[in-house]
Write a protein that binds this ligand. Structure first.
Ligand SMILES: [Ca+2]
Ligand SMILES: [Ca+2]
Ligand SMILES: [Ca+2]
Length: 221
């Protein structure tokens, strides 16, 4: 039962959120990305007396961020964030205290969503983007030292709107496949992992689903 509802003001255009323990107190916090021109990242955590006051962490995270994901990209044990800058046409990774250190990559696409996962099995989380305008999925491999490699695009039908990663082939559980929602086609497209973080424009499976899939989750059903 959810008997109590609490509305919080986080500022204009809250577009995406993620949950992680940001302040290291072992309790989950919520991060909200606002899709303003400079973007903004807001933390929501209860204080010691249980009051919740949203905190602006960084007021310049990217141009119109439409997607947010958290992972430890630099491997220092602290949670980092990345946002998909739809109008800016790139991805911003945000590191360090208050997510104050920003590093952009993946120029030239218009990502509307992103997901993090280790697609080449090197222990470092990589970033994949749904490039809605470009009709592609972009793979940005994490090179370490807060660097990402050049984006590699794979055709993904029409206007992918959301992504998840998972092993859809039980015979190859170590290979992460990409599942892209294609709302304009009422389909999901599975791009099957070819190993080493590579995919193929021609190795895919399309699944017809209900009208306009906008979000997904995966589990062993
Ligand atoms: Ca916490
Ligand atoms: Ca980190
Ligand atoms: Ca990796």
């Amino acid at each position: 039962m959810y008997a109590r509802r609490l509305d919080l003001s986080v500022g204009a255009l809250p577009k995406s959120l993620a949950v992680a323990d940001i302040d290291g107190d072992k309790r989950p916090d919520v991060l909200v990305a606002r899709a303003t021109g400079n973007g903004a990242l807001v933390q929501i955590s209860p204080n010691s007396s249980g009051m919740i006051t949203p905190i602006l962490l960084n007021g310049s995270i990217g141009d119109t961020p439409y997607g947010l994901v958290v992972a430890d990209f630099d491997g220092d044990g602290a949670v980092d964030a990345a946002v998909a800058n739809f109008l800016g046409g790139n991805v911003s990774a945000l590191y360090g205290s208050g997510f104050a250190t920003r590093s952009d990559f993946g120029d030239g696409a218009h990502p509307i969503a992103l997901v993090a996962g280790d697609v080449n099995s090197d222990g470092r989380p990589d970033v994949l983007t749904a490039n809605q305008v470009n009709n592609s999925v972009g793979v940005n491999l994490n090179l370490g030292n807060r660097m990402f490699g050049a984006r590699v695009d794979y055709a993904a039908g029409a206007a992918p709107g959301a992504l998840i990663l998972g092993a859809t082939d039980g015979a190859r559980p170590s290979r992460l496949d990409i599942v892209a929602a294609l709302p304009s086609l009422n389909k999901l497209r599975i791009l099957t992992g070819q190993g080493g973080g590579t995919y193929s424009d021609t190795q895919f499976v399309d699944l017809a689903v209900g009208k306009s899939p906008a979000g997904m989750a995966m589990a062993d059903a």
